[in-house]
Ligand binder design. Structure first.
Ligand SMILES: Nc1ncnc2c1ncn2[C@@H]1O[C@H](COP(=O)(O)OP(=O)(O)O)[C@@H](O)[C@H]1O
Ligand code: SF4
Ligand SMILES: [Mg+2]
Length: 330
């Protein structure tokens, strides 16, 4: 049997806006295997959240068109009814968002919020749900879980709240956990703790994880493969090693040089990526990065490069004038 959990093919999400169609995700394809951790990285506005939500089947009901395919453990998410999707939310796939406060109800004790999921989704009775909720709080590393069960979200620190959100996401034992900027806004020590927790849970519970972030430093040691997104498309993908050490697309390098963690390790000076992300409603026929790219030639402005295979396993990049390969150089 194949160990493939998720197959995404030419997935595209376009919003109808007052200013015209906004292609937030413009045809993305990738696969994810069981027990694998995939990083999705890109600047703010590159389409990471819309892609993640589309894979879960969580879009606004109106003003959105989705095409292509996202098959999760054989279930086609694109075009599925709300009712059918409710059947996979929690059990097949669960999502942890950036701001735990928006996922938690501020006026409900955290224990109750976990209980509710267990009772509604798994049909547990009150006592069983409480026991399991306390177990889940313990699993995500919350000290004194019996006491914390009765706490309100506002009585916990940001890091502890994110642990509660993770506990809720784990309640129905999903096969895939999607974490969208799960540590953005938390201080550095707490960030590392949450990322270590996700790592531990992935192995302990044999899940697959998609880690979505604007900061390549976050995915450096925690993913086996990375997808780099720009303007709603994949512009480079490969093993984490290839993306870090043998990237061919200038935007990937720019992202690396703008990551505080990566730049400080490599003693590179931290550099903001010059220029601004493109207006998705005014994309031209060429490479979307061309207006900001130091290597752009006339062809780049005219014709969009497709993903092309590189030397490494699964490594591909979209660029007419790729950076030289470092394979075989060291
Ligand atoms: N509901 C929506 N309606 C219209 N445009 C949207 C909607 N949600 C997101 N977008 C647009 O889609 C693009 C990608 O957004 P997003 O996926 O949130 O980026 P990222 O997560 O990479 O920062 C942005 O230009 C954003 O403004
Ligand atoms: S295709 Fe051209 S503009 Fe785009 S990244 Fe490559 S060199 Fe730069
Ligand atoms: Mg986002």
């Amino acid at each position: 049997m194949s160990d493939r959990l998720l197959e995404v093919r030419d997935l595209a999400t376009t919003f109808a806006t007052a200013g015209g169609p906004l292609p937030a995700v413009g045809g993305v394809s990738f696969d994810l295997n069981q027990n694998e951790t995939l990083g999705i990285v890109g600047e703010s506005g590159s389409g990471k959240t819309v892609l993640s939500r589309t894979i879960m089947g969580l879009q606004p009901r109106t003003n959105v068109t989705v095409s292509g395919s996202a098959r999760l453990n054989g279930f086609e998410v694109v075009g599925a009814s709300e009712e059918a999707k409710r059947g996979i939310w929690g059990t097949e796939v669960a999502m942890v968002f950036q701001d735990p406060m928006t996922s938690l109800n501020p006026v409900m004790r955290i224990g109750k919020q976990i209980d509710e999921v267990l009772r509604v989704r798994l049909g547990m009775d009150k006592a069983a749900a409480k026991a399991r909720a306390i177990e889940l709080l313990e699993l995500v590393g919350i000290p004194s879980p019996v006491e914390r069960y009765r706490a309100y979200p506002g009585q916990l620190s940001g890091g502890m709240r994110q642990r509660v959100v993770i506990a809720i996401a784990l309640a129905c034992s999903p096969k895939l956990l999607m974490a969208d900027e799960p540590t953005t806004g938390l201080d550095v020590t707490i960030q590392a703790q949450i990322l270590n927790l996700l790592d531990r849970l992935k192995s302990q519970l044999q899940m697959s994880v998609i880690l979505v972030t604007h900061d390549l430093g976050v995915v450096a040691t925690r993913t086996s493969r990375i997808i780099v997104m720009y303007a709603g498309r994949v512009v480079e993908t490969g093993s984490t090693r290839d993306v870090f050490q043998n990237h061919r697309m200038p935007y990937t390098r720019a992202l690396l040089e703008s990551s505080p963690k990566v730049a400080s390790h490599s003693h590179t000076r931290l550099q903001a990526i010059p220029g601004r992300p493109p207006n998705l409603m005014k994309l031209t026929a060429g490479c979307a990065f061309a207006p900001r790219c130091a290597y752009a030639t006339e062809r780049c402005h005219r014709e969009r490069p497709e993903l092309t295979a590189a030397e490494g396993p699964g490594h591909a990049f979209a660029c007419w004038n790729p950076l030289p390969t470092t394979r075989g150089a060291s």
